[in-house]
Write a protein that binds this ligand. Structure first.
Ligand code: SAM
Length: 219
């Protein structure tokens, strides 16, 4: 696992998560009904692998007219976001503990306008390529629930994963809207919100790579 997140078993994290209204416990029941959940027709953006949630909580507080769903596989990580979320009163953000492999069980056609993938696990072994969140397999899952011009925005410092992702976008026939190998010195630097991992890796001197892709871009 190297420098990537080492998972600790945070005692009581499952119970602490269960006690919060903004953590959705049976997300499958909202498939096709997320607008009802939020009580409005605003667009919905999601982050898969949100970690401690700094990025998404900031986005949600800056954009009250967009609904946000944070998805994280492990309760031991999600609990950190839950602790932060408790301090804020936002109706436009909810959190889900869920493995994105089954994401088609929770979102329906045309339901999601944007997916953020930030510093996703690299799964460096070839035999694990299908687990990478930018693989052809995952793009085809996203294709089933993104809006017509829905998009994926991906950031990483991992060059091999980034190059793999550019390749997978092409193989999938998606449109690459833009990309950069050095986000912090690019035209996309203004307005960039740093994630926990982004802060850590850029402090170490790593360049941050970023791409935007959509299944049906308006160019
Ligand atoms: N996005 C955060 C950031 O940039 O600071 C965290 C990055 S961390 C390296 C990747 C996160 O994705 C971990 O918290 C991990 O548990 C989560 N994750 C990995 N695979 C996942 C999956 N299949 N479904 C949901 N979350 C996943």
């Amino acid at each position: 696992m190297g420098i990537y997140m080492r998972l600790r078993n945070v005692t009581g994290s499952r119970e602490a998560i269960a006690a919060n209204d903004f953590v959705v416990h049976a997300p499958e029941k909202f498939k096709g009904k997320w607008n009802e959940y939020f009580g409005n027709d605003n667009p919905i953006h999601i982050e898969i692998g949100m970690g401690k949630g700094k990025f998404l909580i900031r986005l949600a507080s800056e954009n009250p007219d967009i609904n946000y769903i944070g998805i994280e596989k492990y309760s031991s990580v999600l609990i950190r976001a839950v602790e932060k979320r408790k301090e804020l009163d936002m109706g436009n953000l909810c959190l889900i503990r869920f493995d994105a492999e089954y994401i088609n069980d929770i979102f329906d056609e045309n339901e999601i306008a944007r997916i953020y993938l930030n510093f996703s696990d690299p799964w460096p072994k070839d035999r694990h390529a299908k687990r990478r969140l930018t693989s052809v397999e995952f793009l085809s899952r996203y294709d089933k629930f993104l809006t017509a011009d829905g998009e994926v925005i991906f950031k990483t410092d991992n060059r091999a994963l980034f190059e793999f992702s550019l390749e997978q976008v092409e193989i999938s026939g998606w449109n690459l809207r833009n990309y950069t190998y050095d986000l912090h010195h690019s035209e996309y630097a203004a307005g960039n919100i740093m994630t926990e991992y982004e802060e850590k890796f850029s402090t170490m001197g790593n360049s941050i790579h970023r791409l935007e892709t959509c299944r049906k871009c308006r160019k």
